[in-house]
Design a binder for this molecule. Structure first.
Ligand code: SF4
Length: 296
């Protein structure tokens, strides 16, 4: 990697996950710039990244898997929301690559030149992250870098937006990573992940919304996570606010549904119009001002 110089390395501690975790945190903190990147610099970086990939500036590239699953609420909503959130997801993608590259001692500092920064962590995969996470606290490292690179810890606020209800969720380890699918980069963080399953937790006001919205959205989100994180089974739980009940669904990952949802999403990004949803969904929709198919 041109221009990214390696300083003298401290030896990696040979034993003790906690020790190695602390060591990684220290190395990461040393490599970070002293001030966070601004929204303006991130916007310039996003433009540079699209140019580097040979993709038109207007084309959507960085998308949260959470937003794609919203297709089952409204196809137009999932695309408009993704377009509005692209900068934040790009920041998350960048923060995760950089933090892993720093943790693995691939670089000592974050380069200031855009073309160098955008190359940091190229070639790193989920397998690298999983191997590294076994011996350290990568999630914390991602947060440290995200604070400095990102305009906000983008993705977690969508995944953890259930604040109170999340207290009902089961606890599993978490992983956050990005995946290439056609021209898109998809950023995902399941609510939990083990060697065998992905875990997704949602809340729904009542059983009607569970059947018509929360269940298909949560199932699809878990299918997408299973597809990209390479797990074959899912465990989905939905908290019903009206009754306080938690409904549990388990089963194999439906890769066909994951891929067909991605294709539908991509076709609207490319200009097709999705079917309009039931009019009540448009009443308080946060995307209604930008929406061309909303119920009037
Ligand atoms: S206004 Fe209605 S059609 Fe438009 S994005 Fe929102 S829910 Fe979908």
């Amino acid at each position: 990697m041109s221009g990214v110089h390696k300083a003298l390395r401290q030896p990696t501690p040979k034993s003790g996950a906690a020790k190695r975790g602390r060591w990684a945190q220290t190395m990461i903190s040393k490599g970070l710039p002293s001030k966070p990147l601004t929204k303006q610099s991130l916007t310039k970086l996003l433009r540079a990244e699209k140019k580097r990939r040979g993709i038109p500036q207007s084309q959507l590239v960085f998308v949260g898997i959470h937003n794609i699953a919203q297709w089952w609420w409204c196809g137009m909503y999932s695309v408009l929301k993704s377009q509005r959130n692209e900068l934040e997801f790009f920041a998350t993608y960048l923060a995760d690559r950089v933090s892993l590259a720093l943790s693995l001692d691939q670089v000592d500092t974050i380069p200031t030149a855009a073309f160098e920064l955008l190359e940091v962590g190229a070639g790193l995969t989920l397998a690298d992250l999983e191997l590294h996470t076994k011996s350290s606290t990568q999630a914390q490292s991602q947060d440290i870098v995200a604070d400095l690179i990102s305009i906000s810890p983008a993705i977690d606020k969508y995944e953890n937006g259930l604040a109170v209800e999340m207290a009902q969720a089961e606890r599993y380890p978490k992983l956050r990573w990005s995946f290439q699918w056609n021209d898109f980069v998809l950023i995902g963080i399941p609510d939990g992940i083990t060697k065998k399953i992905v875990y997704e937790f949602k809340a729904s006001s009542n059983e009607h919304f569970f059947r018509t919205a929360a269940r298909p959205i949560a199932n699809t989100q878990a299918d997408l996570y299973g597809l990209f994180f390479g797990r074959n089974e899912k465990r989905v739980q939905v908290y019903i606010r009206e009754t306080g009940e938690v409904i549990t669904l388990e089963g194999p990952i439906d890769k066909d549904r994951a891929i067909s949802t991605l294709r539908k999403f991509a076709s609207v990004v490319a200009g097709s119009l999705p079917m309009a949803p039931k009019p009540f969904k448009c009443v308080s929709c946060e995307e209604r001002d930008a929406c061309t198919i909303r119920a009037r």
